[in-house]
Design a protein around this ligand. Structure first.
Ligand code: ATP
Length: 286
């Protein structure tokens, strides 16, 4: 889509979803479809077509990585339970060649991880050159759940915003393009999705009784998400705010966002490191 809008988009997602000083988490229309003029059927058709475009771009990144290009892309998915992080990985990242994807899900830190600085496990999971890294949750948990659940003292989580900005500015300077996606569902939509998990045998495994206790802390989480957006929305590593009540919208929106980011890398297929005509002649005789 690039920076100019094309039907069915009236505004490019990089503009309509970009967090700004006026972004208010408590006032978000999580059921909205910013910038998009189509319906669910169109979005689902587009996802196939644009997924193929994303795959082509990621193929170029991977091919260049093989010849030493240090650049990588890192998609950070951050959102409350049921926001659809797993579905985003399956339906968006699922379009690209898995050998070029480096996926990490961050759960409660292990005993070993707890002994280290909070960025220790993050550094270990950073994508190498040529890779599309995907973080399902991330270092932002350390200013979200860690803050809301008082897992560390306030002075500790407060200084993490600066530490994160410093860290992200270092990794972007060494060739990683960050795509930070904050995914929001409404409290009602979350209830609907949690109820489904109690109705279907294929979804029981996803149900975690502690998710219900987290709902009581919704306002505290909203405040923590607001501060995260306000304090870590930098020029090099901006946040994009995705309404997620309609999964078909959030998936096509993140696909477009990734395509935009990849296009800015201005990737091409690498030149051959051999003489094509010579090799054709050799192969004909072989
Ligand atoms: P999800 O809920 O993301 O779909 P899941 O429930 O299968 O996946 P888990 O392995 O249970 O994944 O990990 C998610 C849990 O780990 C969340 O409750 C999250 O808040 C918690 N978590 C992640 N990072 C941290 C952290 N740094 N400190 C404390 N808790 C964390």
């Amino acid at each position: 889509m690039g920076t100019k809008s094309e039907a069915p988009w009236h505004t490019p997602v990089v503009e309509s979803l970009r967090a700004g000083p006026g972004t208010r988490v408590s006032e978000l229309d999580t059921n909205g479809t910013p910038g998009f003029e189509g319906d669910k059927a169109l979005a689902e058709r587009l996802l196939v077509e644009r997924g193929a475009a994303l795959s082509d771009l990621q193929g170029k990144l991977f091919a260049n990585g093989r010849i030493g290009d240090p650049r990588s892309v890192l998609l950070i998915l951050q959102g409350m339970d049921t926001a659809g992080k797993g579905g985003m990985v399956r339906h968006v990242i699922g379009h690209v060649d898995p050998q070029g994807v480096d996926h990490t899900a961050f759960g409660v830190p292990t005993a070993e991880e707890k002994r280290h600085h909070f960025l220790w496990r993050i550094v270990k999971a950073l994508p190498r050159g040529g890779q599309l890294g995907v973080f399902d949750r991330s270092h932002y948990e350390d200013v979200l759940v860690a803050r809301v659940r008082s897992l560390v003292p306030e002075n500790v989580w407060r200084r993490r915003y600066d530490e994160i900005n410093q860290f992200e500015s270092e990794i972007t300077a060494t060739g990683t393009t960050l795509v930070k996606v904050a995914m929001f569902v409404s409290l009602d939509e979350q209830k609907k999705r949690l109820s489904e998990r109690l109705e279907r045998r294929d979804k029981y495994w996803k149900y975690d009784p502690s998710d219900v206790s987290e709902r009581a802390l919704w306002p505290q989480y909203q405040e923590a998400y607001q501060d995260m957006l306000d304090k870590t929305n930098t020029e090099n590593a901006p946040w994009y705010v995705i309404p997620c009540d309609r999964k078909w919208y959030s998936r096509i929106a993140v696909t477009e966002l990734l395509i935009d980011v990849f296009e800015r890398l201005d990737l091409d297929w690498p030149d051959p490191t051999f003489d094509i005509e010579v090799e054709k002649r050799r192969l004909a005789k072989a």
